[in-house]
Design a protein around this ligand. Structure first.
Ligand code: CTP
Length: 218
């Protein structure tokens, strides 16, 4: 009797912040450290998956064996994620994508002038929504960072973006989630099942999230 060889799962993870350039020496960004995405990448590698890590700028070391694609802006992240999408079985959008970019990046350093400056921002594309629009049989996981109505807002986001699972983080006043070690999350799937996990490290949470993701039936 022959046993069919099990296919190695391919996990595509987008991690870290994006940076949106103002001029050759400045950018706008956010406080994301990329820790969650990198922990997920380490855990997926430990489980024998092929991992494609599309990462914004971080100080973290990527695990050996991942295909690391470094990006800076949201548009670069979008391009890389959409280019790798077909190869993936599971897509995890843990990146803190900047929602806006400068309408025009100044070719030279912006000089101080009259005491006031206005920056014109335009919205970046929603990468997670685009991924979900082309996901076919793939399992797609989004993250939601909320300051209020955590579960209600996360559930809305899950359906609005058409993801399969969403990991909702509450941004706490005392200890911000970005770079924070122990966090509370709620993992909600598109059937409405909720798993609340309190005060766990991002390493532990990565194990719990991957258990959920890799066993997800679509
Ligand atoms: N996301 C994305 N592209 C964007 C913004 C967010 O792919 N331009 C993804 C994030 O990686 C995350 C999910 O969407 O998986 C939710 O991100 P979040 O910042 O919480 O939500 P937004 O869609 O930006 O909504 P809002 O900021 O209004 O809460």
């Amino acid at each position: 009797m022959t046993t069919a060889a099990k296919k190695t799962p391919v996990v595509l993870i987008a991690a870290g912040p994006t940076r949106e350039k103002l001029d050759p020496v400045r950018f706008i960004s956010n406080y994301s450290t990329g820790t969650f995405g990198y922990e997920l990448a380490y855990e997926a590698i430990r489980r024998g998956a092929h991992v494609i890590l599309v990462s914004g700028p971080t100080n973290l070391k990527a695990p050996q064996g991942v295909k690391l694609i470094g990006v800076e802006t949201a548009l670069e992240m979008r391009r890389a994620v959409l280019a790798e999408l077909r190869k993936a079985d599971y897509i995890i959008m843990s990146a803190a994508v900047c929602d806006w970019r400068l309408e025009k990046v100044a070719p030279r350093k912006i000089k101080r002038s009259s005491g006031k400056t206005t920056l014109r921002l335009i919205e970046n594309p929603d990468i997670l929504s685009e991924v979900c629009a082309h996901k076919a049989h793939r399992v797609v996981v989004g993250f939601a960072l909320e300051t209020e109505n955590l579960e209600k807002n996360a559930l809305k986001k899950l359906f609005r973006k058409n993801a399969d699972l969403i990991v909702a983080n509450a941004l706490r006043k005392q200890s911000p989630i970005f770079g924070d070690n122990n966090v509370n999350v709620v993992i909600i799937d598109r059937f409405g099942n909720r798993l609340r996990v309190r005060n766990r490290s991002k390493r532990d949470l990565s194990k719990i999230i991957l258990d959920k993701v890799l066993s997800f039936n679509i």
